[in-house]
Unconditional design. Structure first.
Length: 289
């Protein structure tokens, strides 16, 4: 069993991007510029955005943070999105989710210019991804592809089971793994809450990508020996073992599943670090338009 080290791969991706940014600025061009809109003061969102800004500094990007109170109107937020769409000095931007209930996340996503949608959530970019065209791939699926590529994990012709069908992870992941590409060319099965014979299907998988959001959902009796297991889950659960009173659990029961695997991602330290690295990849692409 080999652990897939997301921190190591993430740092390699950042180093690669930093070198490219040095070449860009040395040629007299400006560094790519990422802006982030943060609504309210949700602790998780604050942390995510702070980490994204830190990553920008590390690779040499410019970054901007635009804050709004929870009471901001949908009209005001959409106006700011349009302003960033039309700002030639901003290459890409994100609107950190979740948003307050009085604001339509779909409407905000659809208002972002597809050419600046570095989260890869715009319907046009999802459509381009589905067709196998060049586009911004959403961060978590792209991060998983980077991990598979870095560890030279064979995917062509393999049976890949994706557990979960969310628009952010499961659905785009299943599309990417089935496409004629490397990593890819897999035979893909998507499992979800209505799937029958889930354990039997999982036991046939060469690669399991668990993105269901239920702590320790994947157990040893669902995994065949030698399988590759990618754990996307990051759920906070109460814990008496930590000072914070909680710890992160993945979708995989790691201690019992890991001995069966050829490769497995830990939580934390597996897929998580790759999401921000993937955002940096998309921002560089936006800056090179």
């Amino acid at each position: 069993m080999q652990l897939i080290d997301g921190k190591l791969v993430s740092q390699a991706v950042r180093n690669r991007i930093a070198d490219q940014v040095k070449h860009i600025t040395a040629s007299g061009k400006r560094a790519p510029h990422l802006a982030a809109i943060l609504v309210g003061n949700d602790g998780g969102s604050e942390t995510y955005v702070a980490n994204k800004i830190k990553a920008c500094e590390e690779v040499g990007f410019r970054s901007s943070l635009i804050r709004f109170d929870n009471t901001v109107s949908e009209t005001e937020l959409l106006a700011k999105v349009e302003e960033l769409n039309n700002d030639p000095n901003v290459d890409g931007f994100i609107v950190q989710l979740p948003l307050p209930k009085h604001i339509s996340e779909d409407k905000v996503t659809e208002t972002i210019s597809p050419s600046k949608d570095v989260d890869g959530f715009h319907p046009q970019n999802i459509g381009r991804l589905t067709l196998g065209m060049d586009t911004f791939v959403s961060a978590t699926p792209q991060g998983i592809l980077e991990l598979l590529d870095h560890y030279k994990i064979e995917t062509s012709g393999k049976h890949c089971v994706v557990i979960g069908r969310s628009n952010i992870v499961g659905r785009p992941m299943s599309i990417l793994m089935s496409q004629k590409r490397t990593p890819g060319n897999a035979t893909v099965t998507v499992l979800h809450s209505k799937s029958e014979n889930m354990k039997e299907i999982c036991r046939q998988a060469d690669i399991i990508i668990a993105a269901v959001g239920i702590p320790e959902f994947v157990t040893a009796d669902m995994v065949k020996p030698g399988a590759v297991v990618i754990d996307v889950g990051t759920t906070r659960v109460p814990s008496t073992e930590t000072k914070t009173g909680w710890k992160l659990k993945g979708d995989v029961k790691f201690d019992e599943v890991a001995p069966l695997c050829s490769y497995i991602t830990p939580v934390p330290g597996g897929v998580g670090p790759m999401t921000i690295a993937s955002l940096m990849i998309n921002t560089l692409k936006a800056g090179q338009k």
